[in-house]
Design a protein around this ligand. Structure first.
Ligand SMILES: NC(=O)c1ccc[n+]([C@@H]2O[C@H](COP(=O)([O-])OP(=O)(O)OC[C@H]3O[C@@H](n4cnc5c(N)ncnc54)[C@H](O)[C@@H]3O)[C@@H](O)[C@H]2O)c1
Length: 362
């Protein structure tokens, strides 16, 4: 039996990965200590997802261990040893704002926690595939230096620029830009994951994601913008847009499409691979456009206001170029469009007894 170890297994990406890998016949070991609740309060709690996984999956074991706890992590890896063929590392402190108030904790979770896991793989299951969920924030605010044009509802890149047709590729510099504390801790982990690939010959991949979402997201004010925006629209809670006139553009990817990409990589792995992955030119919107579409799809008006203050280092325009991954894995393509993703989120929140207490569907 092949074992998939999934950290952050109660979060959006981790829980989707746990269900997916089980459906592929893998035995799943989840590691999550529910820190999201401490980061974001009850809006961000993922405890119920753990309960759902334990209830729904026949071959799922859960360990409430901190990824920074070296002895605890080594204990799990020593126990399963070479039966572990896949590690998906999706546990993280995911918010810029939280990181800037707690830099030491943010760094130890995002950077040191990743190193603890890489080292456990090297010692106990060096043949395993290691997948790290990185972020487009590793490029810092470099995308803000692109030639951007303000349109009526969004920022857009100049049509003459090479990124105009397909979005931003992996060649953009990760150096000498404002990353935010969060971006810097993720970048440290990103580079260390590449290094364990190149230096130690472990099959590692870094996926630098745009916005990921799905019904299993415990969207909170500080993280999970689309999920949180929809909860606000459906419940009448006021929503604040942070800067850029609400015209900042994000590309949106359903967690299924990301996890599906992990599966393709696992079947034909490489060492030290790096990919940008997100909604691409196909699935993207500005915050204003998201509000317009959510209001049209849900029939609910969002009470929103604009704060002039943008988040430090926040992107004005981000669209991921998927071509590198698609060239390496031509069997993979995006299955979800933005409207379907939004509709799924709206329905899951309507069906939830208390959207902010969060009762996650699969
Ligand atoms: N959601 C997005 O839009 C997005 C975008 C880019 C990158 N990413 C990255 O993808 C990964 C997964 O994101 P997500 O949206 O699923 O996040 P999430 O917050 O929904 O899930 C992360 C899980 O990790 C757990 N966790 C946090 N610290 C931990 C620790 N020290 N030990 C054990 N468990 C811990 C949390 O309790 C939570 O359940 C993260 O690395 C994130 O940085 C996410």
């Amino acid at each position: 039996m092949s074992v998939a170890v999934i950290t952050g297994s109660s979060g959006l990406v981790g829980s989707k990965a746990a269900r997916f890998m089980q459906s592929k016949g893998m035995s799943v070991v989840g590691i999550d200590n529910h820190l999201r609740e401490q980061f974001f309060g009850s809006d961000g709690s993922t405890r119920r997802i753990t309960e759902r996984l334990l209830h729904d999956l026949t071959d799922y074991r859960h360990y409430e261990i901190d990824v920074c706890d070296r002895d605890g992590i080594e204990g799990v890896f020593a126990h399963y040893g070479k039966a572990i063929t896949m590690v998906i590392h999706a546990a993280a402190q995911p918010s810029h704002d939280w990181a800037s108030q707690n830099p030491l904790t943010d760094f130890s979770i995002n950077a040191t926690g990743t190193l603890v896991l890489l080292e456990a793989v090297r010692r106990y299951c060096p043949g395993a595939v290691f997948i790290f969920t990185s972020t487009n924030k590793v490029y810092g605010d470099a995308p803000n230096r692109l030639p951007l044009i303000e349109m009526e509802t969004r920022w857009e890149i100049s049509p003459e620029h090479p990124y105009a047709t397909h979005g931003i590729d992996e060649g953009l510099s990760i150096d000498q830009s404002m990353h935010s504390v969060f971006g810097a801790s993720k970048l440290s982990a990103d580079i260390m994951t590449q290094e364990y690939g190149r230096y130690f010959d472990i099959k590692t991949a870094v996926f630098r994601c745009g916005c990921i979402t799905g019904p299993a997201q415990a969207g909170a004010e500080l993280h999970g913008f689309l999920s949180y925006l929809i909860k606000c629209a459906l419940t009448g809670r006021p929503y604040i847009i942070n800067g850029y006139s609400g015209k900042q553009v994000r590309d949106i990817m359903h967690a299924f499409d990301l996890v599906h990409a992990f599966w393709h990589f696992y079947q034909s792995p490489q060492t030290g691979a790096v990919y940008n992955l997100g909604g691409s030119r196909k699935n993207n919107c500005s915050v204003l456009e998201a509000i317009r579409d959510v209001e049209a799809l849900s029939g609910h008006k969002l009470q929103w206001s604009l704060s002039e203050q943008a988040r430090i280092g926040d992107h004005i325009w981000w669209i991921s170029d998927l071509r590198k991954f698609q060239q390496d894995y031509p069997g993979w393509s995006l299955q979800y469009d933005l409207k379907t993703t939004m509709t799924e989120l709206i329905e899951s929140i309507i069906n939830s007894a208390d959207p902010f207490a969060f009762d996650s569907p699969p």
